[in-house]
Design a protein around this ligand. Sequence first.
Ligand code: 0O2
Length: 233
Amino acid sequence: MKVEMTRFMMAYKFAIDEVNTKINILKDEFTYIHDYNPIEHVKSRLKSPESLMKKVAKKGIPYSLQSIKDQVRDIAGIRITVSFISDIYEIRNMLANQKDITIVESKDYIQTPKPNGYQSLHLILQIPIFMSDREENVYVEIQIRTIAMDFWASLEHKIYYKYNKDIPEHLLTELKDAATKAMMLDKKMEQLNKEVNVLKHLDKETNSDEMIVKIDQDQFPIPMQLLEALMKN
Ligand code: 0O2
């Protein structure tokens, strides 16, 4: 049983390794194409056996590895924290475009935040893992969120457990308010970033205008008299 369980969990560890490699490649490619790195940090975790058993009991899942494999989709979890809201969807699209990844479920808590204010994009992926004697399709849960969303979620998580899942009403209200402010900050930062990008784009265009002027001057040479006068000075 122990050997079976270890092999079972190993598949999820390999799935995390596979997806992490993909994320690193996307990160480098994104940096190369867009000249900036949208990924602030990536954290991965394997659900502990205790937490897995709690979930199995809570959901009434039969105690067989096959049922657990089919019904618990967050044994392997990866959280990606990015700079801007638009990066979240860019990363989602990049993952969706990978041939061996299938997105089997998507929960957009950014379009529709949870009643407590929680925001994040949750994806359940399926990825094939090749082992010495078999190939397995493994589920991986991906949470993609901004720094502000992550900041909020980690504090809310601490408060949730500090109060044993029964957060006092006034803290719930304050948390909701903080979530709204985090959302406003994200929108503001996105808008500022867009403005800066427009300026960058204009800068590039101005430079390319200079190029065109130079080319034009080559095509229509400056009169000799003017050139001589310029050379003298
Ligand atoms: P852990 O230890 O973080 O993994 P399901 O997983 O489908 O049975 P649910 O609630 O439908 O349960 O899944 P959902 O909505 O996709 O959320 C799963 C995970 O998102 C949670 O995992 C949290 O990590 C995170 N999450 C969801 N809601 C909240 C929230 O209100 N606050 C915070 N801080 N995190 C949230 P686990 O299994 O709860 O724990």
